[in-house]
Ligand binder design. Structure first.
Ligand code: ADP
Ligand code: ELE
Length: 342
């Protein structure tokens, strides 16, 4: 197994503890076809970028903790129940009796989905730096944040700022840029003059940054790897996603591009979180750049086959085979209905 300067351990060591911090919501997906306003039956599941990452990490055998806030309402119970079934540690979730659990809806599309939120003034929007008080940093190897949290409220911006100031020790802080224009134009972001610069400055303080070249172009007007590197000079690792094409890992002044898998896409939302979880788990396990990117692509491919934000992973034997596959085999298979074909 390749090892790297993150000082990871081999697969037999104690699982690492990851802390994922951010809002999770109840998610409704139409059960039938047709425009969302005409659908009477909805499938209820949950979603939220950071808890999606926690689900994937826990499913892969890591100890994962989710830190957030929920309303004292049935939807809060749904979120707790679902995350609990993944084995995620939930002791640091605050139950807020004055506020509600956020809700989001998505109307699936193969190339893109429409999403709507009902989360203004949610329990999670009231989170602040006080949530960090309970964290046991000694046990934490990874703190995962996203650019969604600072869009929720001024107290959430303080929370992310404080999280990026925590003493790191051996802990890595990762940040997925996750630009959400809907949120940055909503009430929670009032008072922020330049969301793009705020997000850039937050990202630049993380150790590992994940960003799509499409979102970098939208937020910062920079799409190429070299432009993004210039914008974010400080993180140890930059993971730049090129959608269906592949992803580039920039680290130690070197770049590695790894193509994505060919996938029969059902619905794309959640693929970015799955990709992040694959990359981060592989990073903590001490693997080299190709393994990390492939782990991300494999996790993302499985989620692309479902309408849920988190779906079942690809069969373990297929994942092990594809991690070691040569370039020809890697580019010849298709991922369809959660299986590796070819
Ligand atoms: N059409 C696709 N075909 C194959 N893989 C894809 C496709 N779209 C996305 N992916 C995979 O999902 C990952 C995340 O994609 P991205 O578009 O950045 O997601 P998000 O916008 O949800 O953050 C990519 O790095 C890649 O591994
Ligand atoms: O938008 C939000 O605030 C959410 O957290 C809902 C979703 O669960 C994630 O957005 C999915 O993120 P991707 O994996 O990047 O598609």
């Amino acid at each position: 197994m390749e090892t790297d300067r993150f000082g990871g351990t081999d697969g037999n060591a104690e699982p690492h503890e990851a802390v994922c911090l951010g809002e999770s919501m109840v998610l409704f997906v139409p059960s039938g076809d047709g425009p969302a306003h005409e659908v009477d039956t909805w499938h209820r599941t949950i979603g939220g970028a950071e808890s999606n990452v926690a689900c994937h990490l826990a499913e892969g055998g890591m100890r994962a903790r989710w830190v957030s806030a929920l309303g004292a309402d049935p939807f809060g119970s749904v979120v707790l129940d679902r995350l609990g079934r993944f084995g995620i540690e939930l002791e640091d979730v605050r139950i807020d009796r004055r506020r509600s659990t956020g809700v989001y809806f998505k109307a699936p599309g193969h190339t893109g989905s429409r999403v709507w939120y009902n989360r203004t003034d949610s329990a999670a929007a009231a989170m602040g730096p006080e949530l960090l008080g309970a964290l046991d940093l000694e046990r934490t190897r990874l703190l995962h944040l996203t650019g969604i949290t600072p869009a929720l409220s001024s107290s959430c911006r303080e929370l992310v700022d404080a999280a990026l100031d925590l003493p790191r020790g051996d802990m890595l802080v990762s940040l997925d840029v996750n630009w959400r224009s809907l949120l940055w134009s909503a009430r929670g972001a009032e008072g922020v003059d330049d969301p793009a610069e705020l997000l850039r400055a937050f990202a630049d303080r993380a150790d590992v940054v994940l960003v799509g070249d499409d979102e970098a172009a939208e937020v910062w007007g920079s799409r190429s790897v070299s432009e993004i590197r210039e914008l974010l000079p400080h993180p140890r690792s930059l993971v730049i996603k090129h959608g269906a094409t592949g992803a580039t890992l920039v680290e130690d002044g070197t770049e590695l591009f790894e193509p994505a898998l060919r996938v029969d896409v059902v619905e794309p939302v959640g693929a970015g979180d799955a990709f992040a979880a694959g990359v981060l788990a592989s990073t903590l396990a001490g693997n080299g750049p190709r393994h990390r990117l492939r782990s991300g692509h494999l996790k993302a491919a499985a989620v692309l086959c479902t309408t849920d934000d988190v779906g079942p992973p690809l069969p373990e034997a297929d994942v092990s085979r594809m991690l070691l596959a040569d370039e020809r085999e890697w580019s010849s298979v298709t991922i369809r209905e959660g299986r590796v074909i070819g």
